[in-house]
Ligand binder design. Structure first.
Ligand code: PLP
Length: 490
């Protein structure tokens, strides 16, 4: 832009040319905006824009001032749309991290979404027993399903797994000691630390063993009349390797029985299907943990289970009932949408094959390499213009500023489960990688984050990477369209 400062510019003349709010709001185009978006919102935007206009008249060049005065009205519709655009937005996840906590963990499938949609807009029998015509229980919609799928005597759910741990400890062990291995005093992202949760619950942390080795005899030695429970925490976001030992759930269950102490297992991710069949490492399932004798098991609803944010507690009826009666239960109870999604999710698990088909997290983890490579190849072909002839805009771009065209490649990469599940587990995958033409990788990444549906990937070796595992087939078309717009400006 030409930035010449005209010494003798008459700024006053331009100040007088700035329209008044009252005048702008009465204009025909503005009235139409008010009709669609609401008068207060449009007024707010106009005031803001006029304030900016005044600033430009105060400090800008004559050219800028004239341009802004002439175009101020043209920008209004877009500014109003920006003003009401939701701050929380859908994004494309090209990171290859299936359960990305910053990107909202598990995406829902069609059936799960329909379940919430059905309930959201109207009334429901959330706490109403349709048979008896009187008050019912919120948990009645999913408890039976959860019991059937996990094999537990009873099950309840709260807002998230952090709440589940707090509720369990508060209701079963307040004022008592809870024995935990020193190797399992974990911190999960978002300030969830076992010692802090323990303190908040009123239970007293009794550490035993060492960081790398804790035997069942260490638990037994720590037991006293003050003991209220034995707690095992799945070290879900790190791995201790080398000279290690831990007590098994079976051993803990036997010890618990001997001293009449409940054995609690915080599983974290709470997987219900055997992940080995997807070529992943073994992650303890909820069913097997309960079958091995755990009295109470808790896990997240939005990690490997693949639902919305919830914490599920399954186990012996006598313990679950104590939690259900605890005042915290009222504070932690699920909202109706989560109830609907949780019930739909457990329904899918009644048949593991159906779950794999309909729960996106499981589908993504089990996508074959050939499918991922093909998806990357087809995106590459489209972006290179292979299918619809060469990109005319792209050619124009390169002619104009000699800035070179972007370059695409299909490269092998590794996806991760994420969400503090299966740490260190690397899943082979394929990525579409982009070497930008004239701009830097950082600039390209920033522009992609600014798209209508922002695109999140990662940078490596001077290229922008989009891991195909977390880009669902249904998203490919629209993602390509956005990439074309950003890379070729059409
Ligand atoms: C993730 C996790 C939690 C916290 O679960 P949220 O559902 O995120 O509250 C607690 N314990 C373990 C072992 C976890 O992996």
């Amino acid at each position: 832009m030409i930035c010449q400062v005209s010494e003798n510019m008459d700024r006053k003349k331009y100040f007088r040319a700035i329209p008044k709010v009252d005048a702008v709001i009465k204009e025909q185009e503005t009235e139409a905006l008010c009709h669609s978006f609401g008068k207060e919102i449009v007024l707010d935007v106009i005031r803001r824009e006029l304030e900016e206009l005044r600033e430009i008249v105060r400090t800008g060049t004559e050219e800028e001032i004239i341009w802004t005065l002439n175009h101020f009205r043209d920008c209004l519709p877009e500014r109003v749309r920006d003003y009401v655009r939701p701050h929380l937005r859908r994004v494309y996840n090209g990171t290859g991290v299936v359960l990305h906590t910053n990107l909202g963990r598990a995406p829902l499938g069609e059936i799960q979404m329909q379940a919430a949609l059905e309930i959201m807009g109207g009334y429901s029998n959330l706490e109403y027993d349709l048979e008896k015509g009187k008050r019912g229980k919120r948990s009645s919609h999913f408890s039976g399903l959860a019991e059937k799928v996990t094999g537990a005597e009873a099950a309840i759910a709260v807002n998230n797994n952090a709440a589940a741990v707090l509720l369990i400890l508060s209701s079963l062990a307040a004022g008592k000691e809870v024995i935990v291995s020193r190797g399992e005093l974990i911190e999960i992202g978002g300030h969830f630390r076992i010692p802090d949760v323990m303190e908040q619950s009123g239970a007293i942390l009794r550490e035993t063993g060492t960081t790398n080795r804790t035997r069942i005899s260490d638990y037994e030695k720590a037991i006293s009349p003050e003991t209220g429970a034995l707690l095992k925490v799945h070290t879900s976001n790190y791995k201790i390797v080398g000279f290690t030992e831990e007590a098994s759930v079976e051993e803990l269950a036997e010890l618990g029985k001997k001293y009449e102490l409940p054995v609690i297992v915080d599983l974290g991710s709470g997987v219900l299907v055997n992940l080995e069949k997807y070529g992943l490492a073994h992650e303890p399932t909820v069913q097997e943990t309960l079958a091995k004798g755990a009295d109470v098991v808790c896990f997240s609803g939005d990690k490997l289970l693949g639902g919305t944010q919830t914490g599920i507690i399954a186990g012996k009826r006598k313990y679950i009932e104590r939690m259900d009666r605890h005042p915290l239960m009222r504070a932690f109870r699920l909202d109706k949408c989560s109830v609907a999604v949780l019930a739909a999710t457990f329904t899918e698990y009644l048949d593991p094959e159906r779950a794999q088909r309909n729960i996106p997290v499981l589908r993504m983890l089990s996508r074959p390499l050939t499918e991922l490579r093909e998806q990357a190849e087809s995106m590459k072909k489209r972006l290179e213009g292979g299918e619809q002839g060469s990109h005319s805009a792209g050619v124009k771009f390169s002619e104009q500023d000699g800035g070179g065209l972007p370059e695409f490649a299909v490269e092998a990469c590794v996806s991760q489960v994420g969400g503090g599940s299966l740490p260190g587990e690397e899943i082979p995958s394929f990525a579409l990688t982009i070497r930008p033409g004239a701009e830097s990788c950082e600039t390209l990444a920033a522009r992609l984050r600014n798209c209508q549906v922002p695109v999140i990937g990662y940078m490596k070796n001077d290229r922008f990477w989009l891991d195909m595992r977390t880009v669902l087939p249904g998203e490919v078309q629209e993602l390509c369209r956005e990439l074309e717009e950003i890379l070729y400006g059409n």
